[in-house]
Structures are given as structure tokens and as C-alpha cells.
Design a protein around this ligand. Sequence first.
Ligand code: NAD
Ligand code: MG
Length: 385
Amino acid sequence: MKTVSILGSTGSIGVSTLEVISAYSERYRVAALTGGRNIELLASQVRQFRPKLVAVFSEKEARSLADILGPDAPEILFGPEGLVHCAVYPDADIVVSSIVGAAGLVPTMAAIKSGKNVALANKETLVTAGPLIMQAVADNGVKLYPVDSEHSAIFQSLEGHRFCDVKRLILTASGGPFLDKGLKQLESVTPEEALLHPKWDMGQKISIDSATMMNKGLEVIEARWLFDLDASRIAVHIHPQSIIHSMVEYVDGSVIAQMGIPDMKTPIAYALSYPERLPLELPPLDLCQLGQLTFSQPDLERFRCLGLAYQALATGGTAPAVLNAANEVAVASFLRGEISFLDIARIIDGALQGHSVIEPDHVDVVLRADRWGRERASRIIHSLN
Ligand code: NAD
Ligand code: MG
């Protein structure tokens, strides 16, 4: 029996994780759950999975949740401290980090420092504080299992091989909903169009990141720290069918890939059950019916965000935290209809250009850079309008 805490249980990854857990209730038990503002869904999860501890966005949501659950309510906490309490809750063997954005950094670090293994979906944690997180993982002797499908694919493709034989990693990208649109058309795409991902059903922020290809940029940074390889050895291929989830090229020319239908339950289950594999009731991958798998190079002119992410990684220090913060602010502003799709890259570029990079020796330095990036991005948005 493994006990699991889930940070962000009401999101897309959180819900899929609970589906895996409920299919294997004899193997997994829930310790703590956290949600943001979707209290109805969190209440139904609490009724079904009976966590001992729950955390929500603020005191207001905590009161609503307590009202809905009545006398059966577990202990309910709120705010950033509530998240940290859930992250370190002693009962859990593994913490699924599936909050969206830099809000996941502090609780994920807390889970690692309290000796928990972590199944990491929240890529922003490694984007903003990769070296600090990997140091904490080493210092505390814990395991960090990737949930992001590309990183799970690489993790699986590395199994049984010598890391010193790796030549490079090849991350695949679907290319998102705007793969075939020209620059002129991209200027006027709407949030509704951007949210319609052709292959994956995900939360709003990562869906927009997929449309700009910032998602792939964040994943290059995530891979850089997770697998300790220089960015020059991490390539990106566009692969619209999303069947090959990523590949590892070895020095002898062999390329090992992991394939499957696009469903996050596969990498989630692998992160929970590693090194075992859980039978999942998913439709089989039918390659004959698919007929062909195609690949191409990403276009960095139409998808500037990918290039900006490589640039921030090369700059190093606090630059990726600023990239991420400016992106979060710009994506939220785009979703509210305040800026155009192509403004997202302009805002991130502007924020990076004005930033004086330092080398963070503590999470607080990263959080300061995050705040700076948010303020800067907000000011740029203001000046655009
Ligand atoms: P989502 O928006 O569907 O869910 C986010 C969760 O975090 C929700 O439970 C929400 O309530 C909670 N949350 C958001 N902001 C919060 C805050 N400030 N404080 C407390 N809780 C907060 O997002 P998602 O699509 O599930 O993605 C979660 C993470 O997993 C992201 O980092 C994303 O990049 C990564 N990821 C997602 C997918 C996917 O298929 N959805 C795939 C790979 C990686
Ligand atoms: Mg991914």
C-alpha cells in the first residue's frame, strides 16, 4: 500500500491521478489533497478518497468547503502555508506535484526537503529553480519521477542503458493548434482557438503554452535539469500525431523512443508504480490504422517563445524564472482578451531584456526574480494598451 498526497487534485493532472488511484484502490491510499477554487469538485474528491488533510486557495474557499462537507470534513487549511502542510504531511510516501505555475515551487521543495518522493507534473518548479531542486533531491536522497509525458518517455528510454552512452535527447512537440498558421494569421487568433489543442485535453495555462510552443521551451529547461544534459544536447522535433512521446539518441546511432496514445494516465501511473507497470484500460495504439508518423523542425520565427526559452536557459541564473513569470502574466492577460497572441512573446522578451541576472543560492532569490518578472510583464502590458 502506497500513500499519496496530491497538490492540485482538482486540475487536469490531479483528476487523472485520482482516476488511476481509484482503479487501484488496493495499492494506493490518499493522504492529503489540495485544490484552488473549484470547491465542488474538491468536496466530491474528499468524500470519495477520504484524505486526512486538505488545503484550498484562501480562507473563503476553506469556509465553503467546510460548509459543504459538514461534520465529515477533514482538517482544512488554506493559502501557501496550507499547501506546504499538505506537501510535508507525514503519512504520504509520494507527493504528486500538479499545481500549475510557479505557485508549485515552494510546496514541491518542501515535499523534497521532508524526504518525500515526488511525481513531478509541475514543470515550472524545475524551470524556475532547477539547480536548487536537483541539489535538494540529492541531499535528501529522494526520487523525482517525471509525469510530463516527454520526460517520462525519456526516463523510460534511459532504463537499462548507460547514461554516459547518451548522445542527445529529442523532445517531440505536437506543434499545437496553430502549427500551420502563418505569422499574419497568428496576430489575430483568439483564446478560444488557442485553447483547442488537437491532441491533449489539459488545463488552460498549459494549453496556451502549447499553442505558443512555450510549453516545449519550458520542457527543454525541465529536461536540462532532470537529466543533467546541456541544452545543446536537447533537440525538439515537431510530431503532430503525438504518438512518440520523446526519444534518446545513443552514441552508436541507436534511437530509443517511447510510444503510446496521448493519455496522461500512462506517465502518471508509471510515476506512481515505478518500476512496475499498472495495467490501464486504455485504447490500444494502432499504428497500422494511423498509417504514418511525421516529423519536422520547429519554426522559431512563428513560435518565438521556444527560442526565448533556449535563450533564458543559456543566460542561466534567474533568467528562466523571469521567463516563466512573464509568461504566466502574459498568458493570463491573453486569456482575458487584453493582448494579442503574438504579444505573449513580445512581453517575455521585454521582461528578459530588462532583467539583471543573478545566480540563485536560495529559493527566496528565485521568488524575488519571479515577482520582478511579474511586475515587469504587467508594466509592459500596460504600455501596450
Ligand atoms: P490545471 O489548471 O488543470 O490544474 C491546476 C491545479 O492547481 C488545480 O487543482 C488548481 O486548483 C491548482 N492551483 C492553481 N493555482 C493555484 C494556486 N495559486 N494555489 C493553489 N492551487 C492552485 O493544470 P494542469 O493542466 O493539471 O497542469 C498542472 C501542471 O502539470 C502544470 O505545471 C502543467 O504544466 C503540468 N502538466 C500538465 C499536463 C496535462 O496534460 N494537463 C501534462 C504535462 C504537464
Ligand atoms: Mg509535456
